[in-house]
Design a protein around this ligand. Sequence first.
Ligand SMILES: C[S@@+](CC[C@H](N)C(=O)[O-])C[C@H]1O[C@@H](n2cnc3c(N)ncnc32)[C@H](O)[C@@H]1O
Length: 287
Amino acid sequence: MSGPSRLVARMIKATTAIDWAYRRFDRMRALLVTAYASDEALAAYNDLTYGAAPVYDAHASQFRERLFNWEEDFVARVFPAAPSRVLVGGAGGGREAFQLAGRGYDVTAFEPSPHLARSMADRARASGAAVSALLGRYESLPVLQDIGNGERIDLTLTRPFDASMLGWSSFSHIRDTRTRIAALRRFAALTDGPVVVSFFSTPPAKPAAPSSLRRVMNRLGRRSDGDAFTVHIGFYHLSSPGEVAREVAAAGLQIVMESYDDSDGHWPWVAVARPQIAARLAATSRD
Ligand SMILES: C[S@@+](CC[C@H](N)C(=O)[O-])C[C@H]1O[C@@H](n2cnc3c(N)ncnc32)[C@H](O)[C@@H]1O
């Protein structure tokens, strides 16, 4: 091996110090953001980052159109047959909303990023799909906004929905356990049927013990175990099955079906309902 080749190899290897430094910086940024950023700042970051993602923008050629395999599963297993009214939250540009409308459901869908909500409303108008697209976030339920004129829309003044879903992993963007419980309760209050929630879940393997730095940060700030941040999707929380069950119970709801299958692109989800509705669903279950 020639001397110059060895020198080039050493120089390439030396650049991994930059990767190491970046990983440390990224972890430190995530700790600081999850500990100290305000709810408003995290919500604004969410709208900024999702609003710029073409896969969620119904105007863009990269817009992701189809339902995932696990969404097909729960629509078949727990949703009432179409035609019925469905509420979709965290809807992005309307991926689930347009697919459900295409299957005969009458859909109301909302999304906090104004850019994505507008793209969904534009597509609904242009395609004539049965999708009513609104602006809003879980924290403001049951009140949402008309994306065109800003008019306040109170969903309690409409007929209850026959089923509802918190769009793909959007539940995990809710800041803390109190707010997640409130979102579940408010969704269920609007729904005379199942409410399906998908989320980021903790890996099945026991997580490594938190570092001493992380333990200090957990004590100093607003961090809870499972809180995370990436520049790509902003704040998110990894929920364990037990934590989801506790939040569902604290919202006064019952789990009617759940799946923690993560094979072949499946995603964890639970279907929950108010107790009387859960009893009715159990009596008429197709499973
Ligand atoms: C992974 S994207 C999914 C978008 C769409 N459901 C899809 O699958 O194409 C998560 C969505 O949740 C929305 N979201 C984040 N925080 C939310 C909140 N507090 N209330 C409602 N939606 C929220 C984001 O703006 C984003 O559009």
